[in-house]
Design a protein around this ligand. Structure first.
Ligand code: DLL
Length: 433
């Protein structure tokens, strides 16, 4: 079901017009009301009058993570403080505090964005949403909560953690939609298996997973273990939280809520916009936000746009599932490595669990070393040593061919890698550079 066909299935030209009108309003507001943006525009010699078409957006300044840090906490506020209804914050992947201040209208729009997201996964008012994203400053918990309410569904505000209770609630109330990080979903599946609960027999039939990188194979794993459809959902605190983009029944790219967030892909080195279909850094401009609207925010997330029509009937542009970030990209002996590449390779190898840790170090020779700790499936671990050795060799060879560098593989016993109830930590960087 398309939650809001008027906007989601809008004629593309009509949407362009709407985006332009909203952009124009935004630029005027920021120029007049937010000293930070006025200064930025003046430094580039650009004023609201220079924005004559949508593509003139490229003349406008970017906003970066550093800007968020420099203006912390209220430097980007674009409305009187008395109109702020709620604040969220994230330490972000890079440790810079990021604030999002919402007015009442911002919260309503957020609810709608997440209602669109849940509907994209097939959710309706008849669903029961077990929401295991963390409640609090993190946007996941309350974002999904508002969305479920906006959709008219029943929401169980579990927050993250206490897995035994999650499983109990899931069974007692017959939850039909699960919302949490994909790594937590897998953890729950393991705990369920240990407790002798067959998740596939429960009413749960769809899940909206995001907030951290995951892969196509991890999706299959979750779908098989739960007997559900697993959908990728994307968002970030700076822009609104979850609800910026979401997958539909086609599971072929994430529809961007374009009437609300104007997306661009740029070359991260030059800052120049790239044509549709080319991979680069994702940039968003918030088109209707009142509290902390942002102009051309550089997400550092790497993806490309898919413009081919989608079978679901939505006309919004889709973004490919994320490839990683421009900043958590690991550079190991000069080679760019995304943890997601390692995960993708690993999950294709029979005998391993999708649980891993990348430990980076710099040895005596000053060369970077990657140790990849991989959990082995229970059945495999009790097997003969020679099988384990051949599994280790196999992983080593696959990594070498995928990553173009050597990786030291260490097989570890089932359940020894620390599980997360929120975003999974996959990299330990012990290099002293
Ligand atoms: O993680 C918002 C969110 C909550 C999204 C719940 C989806 C579900 P932040 O904590 O500000 O906000 O982190 C945002 O997380 O820039 C991406 O790098 C990463 N991220 C979010 N969704 C995905 C996803 C929330 N589906 C940062 N796939 C973003 C990969 C994701 N990475």
């Amino acid at each position: 079901m398309i939650f809001n066909p008027e906007y989601e299935a809008m004629d593309v030209q009509a949407r362009r017009k709407l985006q332009f009108a909203r952009l124009k309003n935004l630029v005027e507001k920021l120029y007049n009301d937010v000293a930070f943006y006025r200064k930025k525009m003046e430094a580039l010699g650009v004023s609201p009058a220079d924005i004559k078409t949508l593509s003139d957006i490229a003349k406008l300044p970017f906003t970066t993570k550093e800007d968020m840090r420099d203006t912390f906490p209220y430097g980007l506020l674009a409305c009187p403080a008395s109109q702020i209804e709620e604040i969220h914050m994230s330490s972000g992947t890079t440790g810079v505090p990021v604030v999002d201040a919402y007015t009442k209208k911002d919260i309503d729009i957020w609810g709608e964005c997440m209602a669109r997201t849940l509907a994209g996964a097939g959710g309706t008012r008849n669903d029961t949403v077990q929401n295991c994203y963390g409640y609090g400053l993190f946007t996941g918990g309350l974002g999904a909560h508002y969305g479920a309410k906006y959709l008219g569904a029943n929401v169980i505000p579990m927050s993250s953690g206490n897995t035994a209770r999650q499983l109990q609630v899931m069974q007692s109330f017959g939850s039909t939609i699960l919302t949490c990080t994909p790594s937590y979903a897998l953890y729950m599946a393991e705990e369920a298996a240990d407790a002798g609960i067959d998740l596939r027999k429960l009413p749960l039939n769809k899940g909206c997973f995001g907030a951290e990188p995951w892969s196509e194979n991890m999706r299959r794993e979750i779908e098989a273990r739960f007997g559900m459809k697993a959908y990728d959902i994307y968002g970030l605190t700076e822009i609104i939280g979850p609800g910026v983009a979401f997958e539909c029944s086609a599971q072929d790219g994430l529809h961007v809520n374009e009437d609300l967030f104007y997306p661009e892909i740029i070359d991260p080195d030059t800052g120049k916009p790239l044509p549709d279909g080319e991979k680069g850094e994702l940039v968003f401009t918030t088109l209707t936000k009142e509290g902390t609207p942002l102009l051309r925010y550089r997400t550092r997330d790497v993806t490309f746009f898919i413009t081919a029509p989608c079978s679901c009937g939505r006309t919004t542009v889709r973004m490919h599932r994320l490839f990683g970030r421009t900043d958590d990209m690991l550079i190991v002996r000069g080679v760019n490595v995304f943890p997601s590449q390692i995960e993708q390779a690993l999950i294709e190898i029979e005998g391993t669990e999708p649980q891993y840790m990348i430990v980076l170090s710099r040895g005596e020779s000053h060369l970077d070393e990657i140790e990849l700790q991989v959990e082995v499936k229970k059945e495999f671990f009790s097997d003969e040593t020679k099988n384990l050795e051949s599994l280790r060799n196999k992983i080593t060879n696959v990594m070498k061919s995928r990553l173009q560098i050597g990786v030291k593989v260490k097989l570890v016993e089932p359940k020894t890698i620390e599980r997360s109830i929120g975003k999974a930590k996959r990299v330990i960087d012990n290099r002293k550079i």
